[in-house]
Every structure is written in C-alpha cells, then in structure tokens.
Design a protein around this ligand. Structure first.
Ligand code: ZN
Length: 153
C-alpha cells in the first residue's frame, strides 16, 4: 500500500469518526433515502436549496466507514454550490467510481478533487455502492420535491 493510499485511508477513517454535517435539517428541505443491501448501509440525505444554490446539506443514518465518510465528504463538497454543479459532480463521481469514464493516470481514477480520497475504494467493487450511496440519495433529493418546495413558499 502506498503512502498516498494510507493518507486517503486515514481521511476516510477520520470522517467516519467525526462525520461532517451529520444532523437533520429542520424546516424546508428536500430529502431522499438510500439503502445498500450489499452492506446494510442506510442514509438519509437532506438539502436546502435557495435560488438554485445548495445552501445546506446534511445526512443521517448508519453504515460502514466508507458510506459514512463518503456522505460526510459529499455534504462538505456540495454546500454553497449551484445545483447544476452538484449534479455534474454526482455524474463525475458515479462514473469515476463505476469506471464509466475510465481515463486513468497511472491507474488512478479521475474524480472530483475533493472526492479523490475515495478513489482507492474502486479496487473493491463490493464497496463502490457504499461510496456512491449518499450521492444517489442526493441526486434523488434534488430531483424530487422541487415543485413541492416551490409550492409551499
Ligand atoms: Zn458499506
């Protein structure tokens, strides 16, 4: 295992121990849940979107270190970003993890910079779902109640 892998692994473990934005969002929000039967990970992702900007993102749930760290990194990566940019990040991350855009430099997958620490997970196909679970839930949350949210204002 390279030093870089060890560094990445320590970031994942640190996010597992101290997940960022591990809480509920009260009031107006869009949310969706994800479940990964392969591992038993459950995650609920909540976002608050104002004027097309993700002003807050948070998650709750339980699961393995990878699923929790990925959700934690995700909430940090998307807060303050326009929805369109977040959707682009989702596509890049999903495709990067599943090998759909397998442009690798010396075997390294191209992932959005803030999410590159999860690149090592790709070598363990059973765990890829753990890493992408929160992102799929976020994608669903952003896609679903947009009209409901607008109607309740
Ligand atoms: Zn898992």
């Amino acid at each position: 295992m390279s030093d870089l892998d060890e560094l990445y692994q320590s970031v994942i473990l640190e996010h597992d121990r101290n997940p960022r934005n591990f809480r509920a969002i009260e009031g107006e929000r869009q949310e969706a849940e994800g479940y990964n039967p392969l591992c038993g990970d459950r995650v609920k992702v909540m976002v608050r979107v104002e004027d097309g900007i993700v002003i807050d993102a948070a998650f709750q749930g339980s699961g393995c270190a990878i699923s929790k760290a990925s959700a934690s990194l995700m909430t940090e990566a998307v807060r303050g970003k326009p929805v369109a940019e977040v959707e682009k990040m989702f596509t890049e991350f999903r495709d990067g993890m599943t090998g759909r855009n397998d442009q690798t430099t010396e075997g390294r997958t191209v992932l959005p910079p803030k999410l590159a620490v999860l690149g090592g997970v790709k070598r363990f196909p059973m765990r890829v779902k753990c890493a992408t679970l929160a992102w799929h839930a976020l994608h669903k949350a952003l896609a679903t109640n947009e009209q409901e949210a607008a109607g309740s204002q």
